[in-house]
Write a protein that binds this ligand. Sequence first.
Ligand code: GDP
Ligand code: MG
Length: 458
Amino acid sequence: LGARLHGALNQLSRASVIDDTVIHALLKELCAALLESDVNVKLVSQLRTKVKTKVRKSLEEAEKAGGKEVNKKNVVQKAVFDELVALVDPGTEPYKPVKGKTNVLMAVGIQGAGKTTTCTKLAVHYQRRGFRSCLVCADTFRAGAFDQLKQNATKAKIPFYGSYTETDPVAIASLGVEKFRKERFDVIIVDTSGRHKQESELFEEMVAIGSAVKPDMTIMVLDASIGQAAEGQSRAFKDSADFGAIIVTKLDGHAKGGGAISAVAATKTPIIFLGTGEHLNDLERFTPQPFISKLLGMGDVQGLVEHMQDMARANPDRQKDLAKKLEQGKFSIRDWREQLSNIMGMGSLSKIASMIPGMPAGMMEGGEEEAGSKLKRMIFITDAMRQDELDSDGMIFVSFDKSGNPVGLNRRAKRVARGSGTSVREVEELLVQARMMAGMAKQAGGQNGWMSAMQKMQ
Ligand code: GDP
Ligand code: MG
């Protein structure tokens, strides 16, 4: 999806005149890409109309405002971006766990959707952010359900509660939540059972558990690989057991995710996380704007910074260093290089690469190898830099005219390109990326300090 959307926008930026034909072609490609990734037909046609109307309106308004030269490309691009964001943003805020009180979260969804896995990932996510987290297994339907949760929880060092003998899920859920509430846990996550058959029974059970433990947030876990069926399934759950958030799993496989987007529109419920693998760390926070930005090849600087922070958390000594630098709004090319080599050692390169602004679209589709070689080239570039260049913010590579306006890259940049076997364009790319990271650091280090900014992002 990303590659196609990015391609369509690229065509737009190459076009010399933006007329109806160009806009029509863009919309056609955009709609085809959305349909191909399982977004509901009705939604796609609505989107098309909305973008058209928006573009027309913006152009008319600009004309009225004095017929000044408007950047039509920007108008079109913004309309597309906004409408895509609207697709995944129902406009309601999900519940955010609060420290110092007990937050009960409950996962619902059909069997195999990824509930148990996701519950553990969530517990780890909150634990890392300073919430004391724990798990309750209220799945008494599937043999081995408790063992699975126990195994996951033990591996993740998360306290858990469950029973081999009690058969009433409501009783277990109540007992578990009560126990952990008394022990003053911050986040209690209740895993429930899902079944294929007897849907009404499943719904009754969920409602019963829900009224027993009174969750602050019920999360529907939705398997992306079910495609178009996601919409109907989420509607059915919403009607019986109301939920306030969605987590879409298995986006790492061949799933297209468009069905999940349709489910958001159908149930007006925000997606809060994406599951992107079987491992505990394969959970990505979901926010509409960065997600679409990433999809269009525009990067996700916030996600990247958060990821760096996560890496730093795993290594407290480095955390202090990085936190201090970010606090002071200092972030040199050397720091960017260090982050890049950290990323190289992290696995899931394609995932992270897509967060870096200006990375070629289709990186996710291109897979690990392509992402890896791209990241390596970026490191080669920094390898070809001198010490003072590494310690700079990158301005050292820019040449200026007499009145101090930047006019392009200087001989240093050419030397680095030659020395690294890359191109000046790639050097420029890296400089832009480092600058964006530095800008992000400054912003975050500004007003309230880096750490509090990070906390706000949770
Ligand atoms: P539940 O029945 O809803 O509790 O589902 P489980 O948590 O037991 O997951 C079912 C299967 O899906 C397991 O094999 C998980 O490892 C796998 N799974 C869960 N989430 C993801 C994901 O995001 N990506 C991938 N590839 N597999 C996942
Ligand atoms: Mg399960």
